[in-house]
Design a protein around this ligand. Structure first.
Ligand SMILES: [Zn+2]
Ligand SMILES: [Zn+2]
Length: 154
């Protein structure tokens, strides 16, 4: 299965006020089943795509900062469209943001490399066999980065 993307690729919020361009391959892509991700998305899980800030270009709009404490997840800093509330990315470090992969226009190439917090996954969720699986958080996030790069280099 080819899961390669053509960069740059674009995305944005649901109302169209916020648009961005991703210039380079993300660091990795994983699914998080933690209870905070379920609550914040109102869904069963979140697709989380860490990218370098320098590889992300804001095309339009100004995503508003929402910062809050998440029980078990620590401080969260999410950037959301001020008009429709879509979360476009969360700030992890000053250099790295977690792009919400569902906001990309083309989602055909998105094949997560890992599933984390599977101990909290809803019971009907089936975890694919060819991914890294973590009951909670990976001790070393670089495992995911290496696995993502390794698969895409094949
Ligand atoms: Zn919007
Ligand atoms: Zn989570």
């Amino acid at each position: 299965m080819t899961t390669s993307a053509n960069f740059p690729c674009e995305g944005g919020c649901v109302c169209g006020a916020v648009g961005y361009r991703l210039l380079e391959d993300p660091l990795e892509l994983h699914v998080c089943h933690c209870t905070s991700c379920q609550a914040v998305s109102g869904s069963a899980f979140v697709m989380c795509m860490p990218v370098h800030m320098r590889g992300l270009e804001l095309l339009q709009g100004e995503p508003r900062l929402f910062s809050f404490e998440s029980p078990g997840g620590g401080a969260k800093r999410d950037r959301r469209c001020a008009n429709c509330g879509s979360c476009v990315w969360g700030e992890i470090t000053p250099e790295i943001v977690a792009l919400q992969a569902g906001t990309l226009d083309d989602k055909g190439w998105l094949k997560p490399i890992a599933h984390i917090f599977v101990s909290r996954a809803q019971p009907w969720v089936e975890i694919p066999e060819d991914v890294l699986v973590y009951q909670t958080q990976p001790k070393d996030n670089l495992e995911l980065v290496r696995a993502w790069k390794g698969r895409n280099d094949k």
